[in-house]
Design a protein around this ligand. Structure first.
Ligand SMILES: [Zn+2]
Ligand SMILES: [Zn+2]
Length: 297
């Protein structure tokens, strides 16, 4: 997750991420489902363990975090071959790759790799500029080419009947958002695409509110029972419908105001107040960023 408005970034991150903005990951895991573990932090990391191979989803911010995750993955299954994928190209999700051991097989969707090639280094520099700690964590990060890319789907057989489907359904938070669906657990590792009561955020030239809804329609067909998002709490399959309903609601209201000639900033103010009241259990600080994305569609 990246917040566009620098002025609000501190307040928003504090509200949205709770304790999840601590950039150094620990080694504690939470069991999400029979074959899926998570390290909860900035961001949450998914670890899918089959009989012969393990898939890690996301790297943490910089190599030190990547090394921590690789250590945890090895503890869970010492003999397993290691796959790594990333939910999107932002540095807390992808820039820890150099911390993984040689021989780790890196796979991501093509659209995400294109974004990485175009903006990966720029984003690392932006994050490194945020604090001394982040600068240190991101020092000398060299991004490497993936071992494999895919268009829409890559199925990984992790052994013992465990399959991870790596999926690209279209643009949402970024253009290249990747989702991982683990069978037989029916666990969805959802990145920023499905979150637990977090105001959605479209970064730069990412997707659009409409394309995000179209992505969620495809996600809904997976029939997930468990959802591990990247910047919020673990939940059940209901999170997919909850995310869709929120985006549809906010988009519909924003389009009404646009039609009446209300400016995006005024619509943002009005809808922030309305949505704070309507979604009282969501930590909503500001919906203006998403309203601007609706206006720009
Ligand atoms: Zn993020
Ligand atoms: Zn992000």
């Amino acid at each position: 997750m990246i917040i566009k408005t620098t002025l609000l970034a501190g307040a928003l991150l504090a509200a949205v991420c709770h304790a999840q903005n601590q950039p150094i990951l620990g080694e504690d895991t939470v069991k999400v489902s029979e074959h899926v573990w998570a390290i909860m932090g900035f961001p949450n990391i998914g670890i899918v363990v089959g009989r012969s191979a393990t898939l890690v989803v996301d790297t943490g911010l910089g190599p030190r975090n990547g090394a921590t995750i690789a250590k945890v993955a090895k503890k869970l299954a010492p003999q397993n071959k290691l796959y790594l994928t990333t939910t999107h190209f932002h540095p807390e999700h992808a820039a820890g790759e150099p911390g993984f051991p040689a021989g780790t097989i890196l796979i991501r969707d093509k659209v995400q790799q294109d974004e990485m090639d175009q903006h990966g280094v720029e984003m690392i520099n932006m994050f490194a500029g945020r604090s001394e700690q982040q600068k240190e964590l991101l020092a000398n990060v060299k991004l490497r080419a993936p071992d494999e890319t895919f268009d829409k789907e890559k199925k990984l057989d992790l052994g013992g009947g465990v399959t991870a489907r790596l999926l690209w359904f279209g643009g949402a938070h970024t253009k290249g958002d990747e989702l991982t669906f683990v069978e037989p657990d029916k666990t969805l590792i959802s990145g920023d695409v499905v979150q637990n009561k977090v105001v959605p955020n479209i970064f730069g030239a990412g997707g659009t509110p409409a394309s995000w809804i179209a992505v969620l329609d495809q996600v809904a067909r997976l029939g997930a029972l468990h959802v591990l998002p990247d910047h919020s709490a673990i939940g059940d399959g209901h999170m997919v419908e909850q995310e869709r309903a929120f985006i549809v609601d906010l988009r519909t209201r924003a389009l009404e105001l646009k039609q009446k000639g209300v400016t995006a900033d005024d619509a943002g103010k009005q809808l922030t107040a309305d949505f704070k009241a309507k979604y009282a259990d969501w930590p909503i600080n500001n919906v203006t960023g998403f309203v601007r994305s609706v206006y720009a569609e």
